[in-house]
Ligand binder design. Structure first.
Ligand SMILES: *[C@@H]1O[C@H](CO)[C@@H](O)[C@H](O)[C@H]1NC(C)=O
Ligand SMILES: CC(=O)N[C@H]1CO[C@H](CO)[C@@H](O)[C@@H]1O
Length: 211
């Protein structure tokens, strides 16, 4: 038992070198990607301009556009337990209710005003926490809690968020329920959501092609 204990308590090991720039062509292992040769890891892996500008938030039905900066976009974060995203919002646009299964998120609104909503687990009585967050103000999303952002301003809005994971992952709740592949059987959703099959089928039709 004593010999097993350290294994059971193991978490991500501390980095053993200054950095381990991801070799994205390498085979993914438990704690990220293998490192490229350190001689090939130059300054460019410690700096990025990817979120200096954002995407067009009007190009899709949800009215928001995410510019990702996780390990796939920024190989330098490999094994360091951090990453970032920038999200741009059209007026009335939303980053739909979603969950990051592997990370806590901290964010700052850099222009405009966003309604940020977070729903606690049943431990909190399913509590809805929310506030309108304005330019310069920050918010915190504990790991695993469902949350959303919604642009309540008249202009475009932008936020920049950071995660304590190089690969936080994302579970979009509407897409998960109604757009999984293959789909969740309709009788399950009829029972769980307490609505008729027509309602479930209508919702499924909205997400059949993804988001
Ligand atoms: C985000 O914006 C870029 C252009 O800036 C566009 O090419 C891309 O399709 C947009 N993404 C989505 C999901 O709307
Ligand atoms: C932030 C967000 O939810 N973006 C999604 C909006 O819709 C497009 C597709 O239309 C998705 O790819 C984005 O992830």
């Amino acid at each position: 038992m004593l010999l097993l204990a350290p294994l059971l308590m193991a978490t991500d090991p501390d980095p053993l070198q200054d950095f381990c720039v991801a070799d994205l062509t390498g085979k993914l292992s438990v704690n990220g990607y293998p490192c490229i040769q350190s001689a090939a890891a130059g300054d460019e892996f410690l700096f990025s301009t990817k979120i200096a500008s954002g995407g067009d938030p009007s190009a899709n039905p949800n009215g928001s556009n995410v510019t990702e900066l996780d390990v796939a976009e920024w190989p330098g974060v490999n094994t360091l337990g951090v990453s970032m995203n920038r999200v741009d919002f059209a007026p009335g646009g939303t980053n739909p209710p979603h969950i990051h299964p592997r990370a806590t998120e901290v964010g700052i609104v850099i222009r405009g005003e966003l309604l940020v909503g977070i729903i606690g687990s049943l431990d909190s009585g399913n509590r809805y926490y929310s506030r309108v967050v304005r330019a310069g103000e920050t918010f915190l999303i504990p790991r695993g809690l469902m949350h959303f952002q919604f642009n309540v301003g008249k202009e475009e809005a932008t936020m920049v968020v950071s995660f304590n994971s190089q690969n936080p992952g994302i579970i979009f709740v509407p897409l998960t329920l109604f757009g999984s592949s293959p789909p969740i059987p309709t009788p399950v959703l009829v029972k769980a959501l307490r609505v008729d099959a027509e309602v479930v089928d209508l919702l499924k039709s909205k997400f059949a092609g993804g988001y």
